[in-house]
Write a protein that binds this ligand. Structure first.
Ligand SMILES: *[C@@H]1O[C@H](CO)[C@@H](O)[C@H](O)[C@H]1NC(C)=O
Ligand SMILES: *[C@@H]1O[C@H](CO)[C@@H](O)[C@H](O)[C@H]1NC(C)=O
Ligand SMILES: *[C@@H]1O[C@H](CO)[C@@H](O)[C@H](O)[C@H]1NC(C)=O
Length: 320
């Protein structure tokens, strides 16, 4: 056998490439997509990640286009010794949490480009709200998302007595900021808890103990309107929402800017290009770049930001 080293090396490279190609196909087909037609509409089930015969489950699921290494890229500094939630956040908890919302369209709406943009947008909010990055941080200020999972030195216990009938504060419970898009106040813990069927009013601490639950709480906020008749951040982002004449007059258009309007109102919107808004926008743009989508896909200034928008709801103290 007179095979020289170089040829052998070349052959083994080809072999690896072929094996990799086959395994990708095998992985895709082993997902066993069930396709049915219900009332003339195509609906699917892709197993644990997108269950329940939904039109959204006919599209790629999030793990098809957003994988562990990308999560690690986006949140590169979260487990460094100076971070404040070392070992807490991981890819698995993100994907496990997302399985609850993919059948209703989270990251599964509108085709590949929109799906990737929505994941970047959601995580842009998450990254900005959990960052401990600052101007001179190594890796730049945008590499520090998921550095926190809770407010470090709460100045109060965020119990609002106005809601004592619907969402009474539990003795000893503290409703300071916790989570991926932090939750503050008894009434917000109460509402999220109802949405997720978890007793967060009596156990707000669950959010800082369980990353899957923390991501689910943030996704619930993203997928659920703050008030009846208003769009959810998800609907505003993917274009399910059609602005009314009032919305148009208020400069509210489908896109990332309006998601900030919904989640933070006049804390970040309608005040021009202020820092609190720019920090969120920058995280979104940074993640679009890292995911290979490119920030140019975010659209023009009036779509990307809410600098000129009139807030849906005046002063929203829960998000300070
Ligand atoms: C699934 O993706 C296609 C494009 O690939 C898109 O046209 C369609 O709207 C998506 N389905 C849903 C339910 O969003
Ligand atoms: C964390 O929360 C998820 C989602 O609610 C739940 O399925 C899981 O059992 C929880 N993990 C622990 C250790 O309690
Ligand atoms: C539109 O805005 C006007 C003035 O602020 C308000 O009176 C009216 O109720 C709004 N209409 C809707 C459909 O929200």
């Amino acid at each position: 056998m007179a095979v020289n080293f170089n040829i052998g090396f070349a052959i083994s490279l080809i072999f690896v490439a072929v094996v990799a190609g086959v395994s990708v196909v095998a992985a895709e087909s082993s997902k066993e997509v069930i396709v049915k037609t219900v009332k003339g509409q195509k609906v699917c089930d892709q197993g644990w990640e997108c269950k329940g015969l939904s039109k959204y489950c006919c599209n790629d699921t999030i793990s098809d286009f957003f994988q562990t290494y990308q999560f690690e890229d986006l949140f590169a500094k979260r487990n460094t010794p100076v971070a404040h939630a070392v070992g807490f956040w991981d890819y698995k908890s993100f994907i496990t949490a997302a399985a609850l919302f993919q059948p209703i369209g989270f990251g599964t709406t509108g085709g590949k480009m929109m799906q990737m943009k929505e994941v970047a947008a959601f995580l842009g909010h998450v990254g900005a709200k959990t960052s401990c990055g600052y101007g001179v941080a190594t890796g730049g200020p945008l590499a520090w998302g998921l550095c926190y999972n809770k407010e470090m030195s709460p100045s109060q216990d965020y119990c609002d007595d106005f809601y004592k009938y619907d969402y009474p504060c539990a003795p000893g419970a503290q409703y300071y900021g916790r989570g991926a898009i932090p939750i503050y106040w008894n009434y917000n813990y109460g509402a999220v808890g109802e949405g997720l069927k978890e007793d967060l009013l009596n156990h707000p601490e669950y959010i800082e103990q369980n990353a899957t639950l923390a991501f689910q709480a943030a996704m619930w906020r993203w997928m659920t309107p703050v008030k009846k008749g208003q769009p959810s951040a998800h609907d505003a982002f993917v274009g399910n929402w059609k602005p009314t004449k009032n919305d148009t007059l208020a400069k509210r258009v489908p896109g990332f800017g309006t998601t900030m309007n919904i989640l933070y109102g006049d804390n970040v919107c309608g005040q021009g290009d202020i820092d609190p808004m720019n920090v969120i926008v920058s995280h979104y743009q940074y993640y679009l770049d890292l995911m290979g989508v490119g920030r140019e896909e975010a659209g023009p200034h009036e779509v990307l930001t809410c600098a000129e928008q009139v807030p849906f709801n005046p002063s929203y103290k829960s998000s300070s």
